[in-house]
Structure formats: C-alpha cells, structure tokens
Design a protein. Structure first.
Length: 268
C-alpha cells in the first residue's frame, strides 16, 4: 500500500489550515504570515481556541489573543472554552481527562463548519483525544521544543513540558525544535522537520550540576534558551512544515513518514 499524503494538493485551491491556540499565538502569527507570502500552498481558514476572550491570566492580563489575531487578519474564529465546559459539569479544574473526549466532540463540531484540511497546534494547551485525533487522523501537527530524534532506550528522551530544562541539565551542547504529527501518545507522532541546532550557552563558571542546585539561575538560563529556540527554531520550521504539507511533500504509512516519496524527514 502506497504512503498516504497528509494533504494531496487540489488544483485551484489552497490547503485550509486551522490554528489551535490557548495563549499569545506567536506561532499562529508566523504560520499566518507565511500564508500571505507569494507561492503559499495554504491559507489559514480558522483560529480555534479553548480560552474565551474575557479570560485573564494570573497577572490579570489577557490570557489569550485568539480573537484579536482572528480580527487582525480577517480569519474565522471559533471558541469552545474548556474552563466553562468543566464548570458546567461541576468541576473546578480541567484535570478530569475522562471528560475530554466529550469536549473534543464539541471541538470537532465547531471546526467541521469550516472545511479544514489540517490542524496546526500553535500553543494549544489542551490534550487532544480520540474524537479529534480520529476526525483529523494524521492531519494534526505540532511543534515541540526538543530534538525528538534523541532516544533514551526505546523511548524519545525529551518529551513533555520541560524539555529545554531537561536538555540543559543533561549537558546537551545544542537544542532543537521538531515538528511532528500528533498522535494519542504525547510527543510520539511521526517526525516531519527538525530545526538547526541552537548552541547551549551557560554563564561563565556554570555547569549543569551547578544549575541543578541553583533554581533561580536555572530559570534564567532556561527562559533565555526557550526564547532563542522559539525565534530560531519554531518560527522557522513550523511555517515551513505547513507549507511543505500543502505542497503534498509529506506522506505517512504505518507510523513512518515519507518526504518527496522517500522514507525520512527533513533535518535543517
């Protein structure tokens, strides 16, 4: 059986992308901006968020810029607020994952009104579950702040929320970002593009061992590297990945990725 393209280009129309976001939306902006350049293979047809426009962050500021971005670029907008979803069901937090498939059923209904081909998670903080994963199987992508090719035995080493910190403390000389297909197991989907390496730069005299014992210095070092990785990694490879999907260059088969008809992914 031949590999199946994530998206097969259609004559006369662009691939329709939904950007899912829960916060500032910097990755969504980069994807939108690339779609407005000559030769773009896709258009951002929808901004979807799980955070209502009135929600505030811990400092009292606006928690999510989704509606602002949608209005700025003239893009359709949908919101299914996850906090309200849980409150209506008597829950003070969104920790009960047994309810998440019901939430994602509503998400699929909202997104389904917009004829979306591919979903790009752009700082989307809700775990995706079966209704969404099945509804857009192999067509949901994400960017992860780590090199997912690095292994620890049979498992990927740098997964989850604190990968930059983990890489710094492990003594990695470089950090990278990776775009991948979203699957049920977190950060385990097919790798699409791996960014250029960003050198790890520690303060003079600092070592991973010393950083492990100095939480404040570690926080500063990690935040600096996260910012550099976003600017030099995420913002480069995520729009590129979506562009390449729209061109029909990536295909999937039995857990493997194919680039331009050959097994493998792109490493910059």
């Amino acid at each position: 059986m031949a590999p199946t393209p994530i998206y097969k280009p259609s004559l006369g129309r662009l691939m329709r992308v939904a950007c899912f976001m829960s916060g500032s939306g910097t990755n969504a902006r980069k994807i939108i901006e690339r779609s407005r350049q000559p030769g773009a293979s896709y258009e951002v047809a929808l901004i979807f968020t799980d955070v209502k426009d009135e929600a505030l962050d811990r400092d009292g500021g606006k928690a999510c810029n989704a509606l602002d971005i949608a209005r700025e670029y003239g893009i359709s907008y949908e919101c299914v607020d996850i906090v309200d979803f849980y409150k209506v069901r008597g829950h003070a937090s969104k920790k009960d994952l047994s309810l998440r498939p019901e939430f994602d059923t509503q998400v699929v209904e909202a997104v389904g009104r917009h004829g979306v081909d591919v979903i790009a998670l752009a700082g989307y903080m809700s775990i995706t579950t079966k209704p969404l994963l099945d509804g857009y199987s192999g067509r949901i992508v994400n960017v992860h702040p780590a090199d997912l090719t690095i292994m620890a035995g049979a498992e990927r080493r740098y997964i989850g929320m604190h990968t930059v910190r983990d890489a710094v403390l492990a003594g990695e000389k470089e950090i990278r970002a990776t775009t991948h297909v979203v699957r049920e197991k977190v950060d385990a989907g097919e790798i699409l593009v791996v960014s250029r390496g960003i050198p790890v730069r520690l303060p003079e005299g600092a070592t991973p061992e010393k950083l492990a014992g100095d939480k404040e210095l570690l926080r500063v070092v990690v935040e600096e590297h996260q910012d550099r990785l976003k600017r030099l990694g995420d913002w480069e490879i995520y729009p590129l990945t979506v562009q390449m999907i729209g061109e029909g260059r990536f295909a999937l088969d039995s857990g493997k990725v194919f680039l331009d008809g050959k097994p493998g992914f792109l490493r910059l």
